[in-house]
Ligand binder design. Structure first.
Ligand SMILES: [Zn+2]
Length: 499
């Protein structure tokens, strides 16, 4: 016999030996404990549905034996015409527990358990926020009472000094004159009265000081207690647990709130968006400044973008809504996309305004306010794709011009003539033609695509953003947008989706 087998058998024998002991009570207690443990675990795995299958046994008057596992209970129930699969199917249809006994124990959350996770997590966050606030309050209270104490100390010193000054001047209390003099404290009073007054006030202040000691001790206790709890909530271990709880919460949101319209409040919309893990700095999503409806619309808009460009999931920066300079819809930097609260707070107004600027050609034909978000996220694509010394937007623009020329686009009709008319006389004819071509292609998309920056030509990033967002959002993207869109798609096609 193999050594390992022998060791296994001997261990097994040890346990059998325990049960064979002529101590029925111990055996029964052991079985009961084991059964309780199993039942508890099974209930947990089945999201607290205690009525299956032990509950069903109870209902059917089947006596549950101390050493029964759930399987034994099901076996007993079969005699009464129960089929586990049918039971679970029925529960699933009534929305209670879609868990089948044949499925692995760690399956996706049920709607019911997801609701539970959501509630629990939000309560945890609430109590954590409350703890932070309470701690801050206790800290301020302590600071205030310490400040009051210092003030009382100064006051006491002043009063004593005043009394001492009078005493020094006259040598003793008896020598102090009783005729009225002008005192700054109470108007007319005798020097002696003034002296007594200072002393009395000093005594009062001293009493107040000892009260402050007590107050400070009380405030200190309160702060220390809250601070300790606060610090405990911020240990590495607690942080890890929090992180795990948050992940579970995100999973639960996906189950219980399949769409943004299922969300019950703005916080859920924000968290549901975070649950999608679109951004490399996902926790920086900050759209709290806008309303519930606006948040939903923006989140749907972002879904639309990542649905079309899933390769960018997890690569681009987070979205946030801030107060930005007037007339700026949004901006993009390495941290992500910032949208202007002025516009995104009131989408009804923003839609009208955007439609106006689209009509006059400031923004690409056929685009809407939603294209602004696509525009900004195209800047993010530009960031992701550009390398040191190699600009993605420039490469795409160059290739788009070449492609359009090869296809015989009418865009370049008479381009040599207009190059001749250029005021940039210091440029060669070839350079002037190249510039004119670039201008034609850009202005064909929108005025904004052809953006000036002082006397310098703006780079190609606005053109790329305008053209690609038209390609993705317009019902019928025009010639240039389509050419640009296909080039971009080809570039990002091979990026591994981080989904
Ligand atoms: Zn831009």
């Amino acid at each position: 016999m193999d050594d390992a087998v022998r060791r296994f058998r001997s261990r097994r024998a040890d346990r059998m030996g325990l049960i064979r002991e002529d101590n029925k009570d111990a055996v029964t207690r052991y079985r009961e404990r084991r059964n309780l443990r199993l039942k508890k675990r099974f209930d947990e795995e089945n999201h607290g549905n205690t009525h299956i299958p032990f509950g069903l046994c109870e209902r059917e008057g089947i006596e549950v034996q101390p050493d029964w596992a759930p399987k034994d209970a099901w076996d007993a129930l079969k005699g009464k015409g129960y089929d586990p699969d049918a039971v679970y199917k029925e529960l699933e249809e009534t929305g209670k527990t879609p868990k089948s006994p044949s499925s692995p124990t760690k399956t996706a959350m049920t709607k019911e358990s997801a609701e539970h996770v959501i509630g629990e997590y939000r309560n945890t966050v609430k109590s954590q926020t409350k703890l932070e606030k309470d701690r801050e309050k206790a800290k301020n209270a302590l600071r205030n009472v310490q400040h009051d104490k210092r003030f009382a100390e100064q006051q006491l010193e002043y009063l004593r000094q005043k009394a001492q000054e009078i005493l020094d001047k006259y040598g003793s209390e008896e020598n102090m004159p009783e005729e009225k003099t002008i005192s700054y404290l109470t108007g007319m009073m005798s020097v002696h009265d003034e002296y007594l007054n200072y002393k009395e006030l000093a005594d009062k202040e001293e009493k107040a000081l000892s009260d402050y000691e007590k107050k400070i001790a009380k405030c200190e206790d309160k702060f220390k207690d809250l601070d300790k709890r606060y610090e405990e909530s911020r240990t590495e271990e607690a942080k890890k647990k929090n992180e795990e709880a948050k992940e579970r919460y995100y999973e639960a949101l996906k189950v219980a709130r399949p769409t943004y319209d299922d969300c019950q409040d703005k916080q859920e919309v924000v968290d549901r968006l975070k649950a999608n893990k679109y951004f490399k700095n996902n926790e920086d999503v900050a759209v709290d400044i806008i309303g519930f409806e606006e948040a939903k619309a923006l989140a749907k808009n972002l879904d639309g973008f990542f649905e079309k460009v899933p390769q960018m999931i997890g690569r681009v920066g987070a979205v946030s809504v801030y107060g930005l300079p007037n007339d700026v819809y949004g901006q993009s930097d390495w941290a992500g996309v910032q949208l202007a609260s002025k516009y995104f707070r009131d989408l009804r107004k923003f839609k009208m305004e955007y439609d106006d600027s689209e009509r006059i050609g400031f923004h690409p034909k056929g685009t809407t306010w939603e294209s602004v978000v696509f525009h900004e996220y195209t800047h993010q694509i530009d960031n992701v794709m550009s390398k040191k010394g190699w600009s993605f937007s420039k490469a795409v623009t160059d290739e788009a011009i070449e492609t359009l020329k090869k296809s015989g686009s009418k865009l370049f009709d008479g381009v040599e003539e207009s190059a001749k008319k250029s005021k940039y006389k210091w440029m060669t004819q070839e350079e002037l033609i190249k510039d004119a071509e670039r201008m034609r292609v850009k202005t064909a998309v929108s005025e904004y695509a052809f953006k000036w920056k002082g006397e310098e030509w703006e780079d190609d990033s606005e053109f790329l953003a305008e053209a690609y967002s038209e390609y993705l959002t317009s019902k019928s993207p025009r010639e240039v947008a389509t050419v640009v869109g296909k080039i971009v798609d080809r570039y990002i096609k091979d990026l591994e989706g981080k989904k």
